[in-house]
Design a protein around this ligand. Structure first.
Ligand code: GLP
Length: 244
């Protein structure tokens, strides 16, 4: 789905999320959302906050699972995805704190394995993810599933590529040495079990968008597996679609 500008695309995604929340709420069901961080989804969260404040969209029936988090990182660090999600969305809507799930980058390393297994269990117990929002890294990563990640992978500790650390160093005073070397990420298998997936990407991602959408399905381009998902779409702006 191609939109003239990122704002138009983000508005469309926010409306898709809002309709699902309302549809589920009308039948007394929870709405389980998989959420992403990065610069790409910011407009989506801005629009959801606006819908909450101006049009009364309620998040009382919403359960969220975030894709990933740096490791190690303190929740209070401004670069943490915990901070990002609270700053851009959770602090401004009526979601119940116990319904928010974000991989915990502040755990001692020996606790991470158990945390990851439990994260998978919590997703399952919530009834699975109804709608997963994704961004994409320049190398095709989804969540922090770097090239070479198994298509069957689950939530786990993942080593970050230097390319990813360089790209994300803009959040760390442009100093790669400050960027954590590891992350906790949902696996590709976890993402593929979502009932619906929407990958969002804007202009600067054109070279990887074409590989993910039209290239071979390969573990070297993690997002390419979405070609095999029964209900996945890409929401992009016109410059992002320039190589398709
Ligand atoms: C990070 C996140 C991804 C995100 C990607 C793109 O590495 N782990 O989930 O999709 O960056 O970020 P941006 O939207 O800022 O380009």
């Amino acid at each position: 789905e191609i939109f003239a500008t990122p704002k138009d695309g983000a508005k469309h995604v926010a409306e898709t999320i809002a309709s699902l929340i309302k549809e589920k709420s009308a039948t007394g069901q929870n709405c389980v959302l998989g959420l992403a961080t990065g610069s790409t989804p910011i407009y989506i969260y801005d629009e959801l906050v606006r819908l909450h404040k101006e049009e009364g969209l309620s998040f009382k029936n919403v359960i969220t699972f975030n894709l990933d988090e740096y490791f190690p990182i303190e929740k209070s660090a401004t670069q943490s995805y915990w901070y990002f999600m609270h700053h851009h969305l959770f602090d401004h809507v009526d979601i119940a704190p116990e319904n928010i799930h974000i991989p915990d980058g502040s755990l001692p390393k020996e606790k991470v394995k158990e945390f990851c297994a439990n994260y998978e269990k919590q997703i399952e117990e919530a009834g699975g993810i109804d709608l997963q929002i994704l961004g994409i890294g320049d190398n095709g990563h989804i969540g922090f599933n770097e090239p070479g990640s198994s298509f069957n992978s689950k939530t786990r500790l993942q080593v970050l590529e230097n390319k990813t650390r360089i790209a994300n160093s803009r959040e760390f005073q442009n100093n790669i040495t400050l960027v954590p070397r590891l992350s906790i990420t949902m696996g590709i298998g976890t993402i593929m079990r979502s009932k619906k997936v929407v990958l969002v990407a804007w202009s600067n991602k054109a070279p990887i968008i074409v590989k993910a959408v039209e290239g071979p399905v390969t573990e070297q381009v993690p997002a390419s597996i979405l070609q095999q998902h029964p209900n996945a779409s890409f929401v992009i702006d016109e410059p992002g679609a320039s190589e398709l």
